[in-house]
Design a protein around this ligand. Structure first.
Ligand SMILES: NC(=O)c1ccc[n+]([C@@H]2O[C@H](COP(=O)([O-])OP(=O)(O)OC[C@H]3O[C@@H](n4cnc5c(N)ncnc54)[C@H](OP(=O)(O)O)[C@@H]3O)[C@@H](O)[C@H]2O)c1
Length: 361
């Protein structure tokens, strides 16, 4: 199979660096363009990123010499050069919306990590194991944009990538009706390291702007249905969330409480988690974890540092399932926020789009 040429806009940032490292040796995609702001444009990728490189593995040799383009001013040239772009720019929401739509209208599909288009009704927001059928809304979006090939698809927020997968295989069968979740989120989720955010050493901050709303509302779009030209959001279960920033480099943890109309047994829950596999596993996509949910029976797992990199940071770790006095059950979930929760989740979505023919020329 001929590799698709791909670009990363916002490639010099925290999430962009993840994209660059995941795409360096990808079997289906060839990274040919990296773009960022005017501050980086014209420099080689190595010069533009310099000491900001925050990934545990070295910067890929192939990326070092790529000359960074301007994601805004060079949009037409970039769209002409690549088959699709990944978006990880950090700009004002309205600017991101307009920029992503501009690439789509230039017939360059966009897979975005940003929140800007998550609530655009005809933009699919997809976790490939959970709602791959939402891609069916793309023709309606193309009609609105007046494109033949271009469209935008997005992934959901990093905070919910651990607990929504654990709730999903229980939701319909057992009538999930009420969820309370507290998240413990790593500093890379704010694009920071301990060097750039020293206040986070030995500290917890009980506020992450906009995160609780996203954690409560985005699951409703994931669990929604395609209705003609838009995604109709689900109305249940009710989800309430508190999101805390904790002193970890990577890995978002969630303490979850859940109640059901038909309370399952612990064995039934463990069996549904063990058997949960979706389109990515069926299609054997390159970035898909073999086992999506890993359950740990040890009392002190999952642990952020030990378990965030499971299956290349693409699997979800779950543990501590037990009955609760106010809800039916409580348990703990963990996922890597810049892999499954950001760049890795977007690359998996692009693989799904590719395997299902949405990126064909
Ligand atoms: N970090 C996470 O775990 C995470 C998870 C989910 C979603 N997100 C979202 O993903 C986006 C990127 O996050 P991040 O943490 O990677 O941010 P970041 O480290 O601050 O990187 C921002 C990127 O955007 C580029 N940029 C900024 N202003 C620009 C402009 N005017 N024109 C073109 N490019 C511009 C920057 O280029 P320069 O280097 O040239 O300045 C850089 O490449 C944000 O919207 C964030 O909310 C992040």
């Amino acid at each position: 199979m001929k590799k698709l040429k791909v670009g990363v806009i916002g490639g010099t940032g925290m999430v962009g660096q993840r994209f660059v490292s995941l795409l360096a040796d990808h079997p289906w995609f060839e990274l040919t363009v990296i773009a960022a702001s005017a501050r980086s444009a014209g420099k080689t990728y190595a010069e533009a990123v310099g000491s900001r490189w925050a990934i545990e593995v070295p910067m890929p040799e192939k990326a070092k010499t790529i000359v960074v383009k301007n994601a805004v001013e060079d949009a037409e040239a970039i769209a002409a050069e690549v088959d699709m772009v990944f978006s990880a720019v950090d700009m004002k929401k309205e600017e991101i919306k307009a920029l992503e739509e501009r690439y789509a209208k230039l017939e360059c599909p966009v897979v975005s990590n940003n929140s800007a288009h998550r609530w655009t009704p005809d933009v699919p927001m997809v976790v490939p194991e959970i709602n791959p059928e939402h891609l069916a809304v793309i023709p309606a979006q193309r009609k609105r944009l007046g494109t033949k090939r271009g469209f935008i698809a997005v992934k959901s927020n990093c905070s919910l990538q651990s607990y929504v997968p654990a709730l999903h295989p229980l939701k319909d069968e057992f009538g999930l009706n009420k969820v309370l979740v507290c998240t413990y989120q790593a500093i890379s989720g704010a694009g920071k390291t301990f060097d750039t955010w020293p206040e986070m050493v030995d500290n917890v901050i009980p506020f992450i702007g906009g995160e609780e709303e996203k954690s409560e509302q985005e699951p409703m779009k994931l669990w929604g249905k395609v209705a003609d030209d838009h995604i109709e959001t689900a109305v249940a279960p009710s989800v309430t969330a508190q999101c805390l920033r904790v002193p970890c480099s990577n890995g978002h943890m969630a303490a979850v409480f859940a109640s059901f109309d038909k309370k399952p047994t612990e064995e039934q829950i463990l069996e549904r988690w063990e058997k949960f596999s979706g389109r990515p596993q069926e299609l054997n996509l390159p970035s898909a974890p073999k086992q999506f949910i890993h359950y740990f029976s040890e009392d002190n797992r999952p642990q952020t540092k030990l378990d965030r990199n499971l299956e290349g940071g693409m699997a979800v770790s779950v543990g501590r399932l037990r009955p609760d006095t106010q809800y039916d059950y409580k348990f703990v979930c963990l996922s890597h926020n810049t892999l499954r929760g950001a760049a890795g989740g977007a690359v998996l979505l692009a693989e799904l789009l590719c395997a299902e023919g949405w990126l064909d020329r």
